[in-house]
Design a protein around this ligand. Structure first.
Ligand code: NMN
Length: 176
């Protein structure tokens, strides 16, 4: 059985990590979709699809270096036509039998398309954490403890904190 799990992973944090740890035991193979792949360099979506692929890959290695043999990480751009989105996803990723999500729109769209959907725990709370972590980065609070160690390393490697602070500065200037 192959499962599908999608998130924006801005950044990939410990909430996501817990979900992946759990659902990887329920399936033979897992597809991790990097949602809103076209977005980067904004306050909501500071990291590129490639940087997010790096975060997820390195975090998987932290769980078990063998894990990547049964995980596919696929960037997926938004299409802004919800009624066609499931077909878009299906056209871009390997075939899958079950969807893991707690995002109400994602759940709704996959259910309507006839897929089995399993709700993930904590996901909404974790989504809020993504925003919290970005805020901590901007405000100079310590954010590292909310992401896997390898993800903190990727964020530092790509200059993620400096980037999000610059973007926040620009945003404030634009508001004036
Ligand atoms: O649960 P989150 O982390 O928000 O991830 C869901 C992802 O799925 C997001 O990137 C979202 O943009 C994407 N999505 C896109 C469409 C569309 O393009 N019409 C519809 C539903 C979800």
């Amino acid at each position: 059985m192959r499962g599908f799990f999608i998130g924006r992973f801005q950044p990939y944090h410990l909430g996501h990590h817990e979900i992946v740890r759990e659902i990887i035991n329920e399936v033979d193979e897992l597809i991790i979709g990097i949602g809103s792949a076209q977005e980067s360099h904004t306050l909501e979506n500071p990291f590129t699809a490639g940087e997010r692929i790096l975060m997820v890959s390195k975090a998987l290695d932290e769980i078990d270096p063998e894990l990547r043999k049964r995980v596919y990480i696929i960037p997926l751009e938004d299409i802004y036509r919800n009624a066609l989105w499931v077909s878009h996803v299906v056209s871009m990723v390997p075939p899958f039998d079950v969807v893991f999500s707690n995002n109400p729109l994602v759940v709704r769209l996959f259910k309507e398309a006839g897929f089995e959907v399993r709700k993930t725990k904590l996901y909404n709370r974790e989504f809020l954490q993504g925003r919290e972590i970005r805020k901590m980065m901007i405000e100079g609070d310590s954010w590292e403890k909310y992401v896997p160690k390898s993800v903190a390393k990727v964020i530092k490697e790509v200059g993620g904190v400096e980037r999000i602070r610059e973007i926040a500065k620009n945003d404030r200037i634009a508001e004036r």
